[in-house]
Design a binder for this molecule. Sequence first.
Ligand SMILES: C[S@@+](CC[C@H](N)C(=O)[O-])C[C@H]1O[C@@H](n2cnc3c(N)ncnc32)[C@H](O)[C@@H]1O
Length: 255
Amino acid sequence: MMDALRYDFDYTWPWTLGHLLVAIVFVLLTALMWRAGWPRWRAVVTGVLAVWALAGACIVHGPMRFNRPMDLPTDRFLASGAGRVLDAGAGSGRSALMVLLARPQSTVTALDLFLEGYGIGDNTPERLRSNARIAGVEGRLEVKSGDIRDMPFEDGSFDAVVSVAAIDHLNAEGVRKSLAETRRVLRPGGELLLMVVNPDWYTRFAFPLFASHGYFGGRGAPERWRAAVDEAGFEIVEIGTAPASLCVLATRPAE
Ligand SMILES: C[S@@+](CC[C@H](N)C(=O)[O-])C[C@H]1O[C@@H](n2cnc3c(N)ncnc32)[C@H](O)[C@@H]1O
């Protein structure tokens, strides 16, 4: 949990502090209503909302890891521990650090357009590098600016690709293009670990208004992602979940 204070992935305050602020407001309201002798049911309602907001804050900073490197959801990813890995849509570094910390013989190329509007305030290569420095892994990180739908790499350049909470922000055509590009830049036999926002109970509880998350979210999301990865020419090895994430491990078949 101390990691949340070491790193700064710069997810903006509504995501990281929103629940806490709501909790403070409702705790104060509850106390005021109680003291002023308002009908008890009103204080009970605001009290319940305060508890919800506190629990939401715990989920955001606990299992959802908003300000910590992500946890590798499967030991089967890059089991050799070594290889050249691409992080497609790396942002401020939670996913690149997930690989660099869990697989100490790997190198990561972080690819991103570093766009605004994805929840990261200062989404820049400098912020990503700074988080890698804090983790002590900056020597194994390369940062490149580019589009995951049209990747600036030769065919077969990588042993593995990860993508966390990035491809699922694209429309259906963008998802198709980025998965096709992922397959192209992977060597035959290379691995894809795709993590997308999953409308599981963590997501629904903490962010009830955002739980459906785009074309590939909502009901039937696992089947839609399985079909998209399959149609892009991958062999699916494993589909699992992590808190708030659907995780698909697949390989580019050896030719
Ligand atoms: C929600 S952030 C996730 C970042 C990181 N993977 C994480 O888990 O914290 C989504 C990232 O995808 C990037 N992105 C969105 N569309 C992109 C595209 N077409 N090409 C490259 N990056 C893109 C955004 O700039 C943003 O940094």
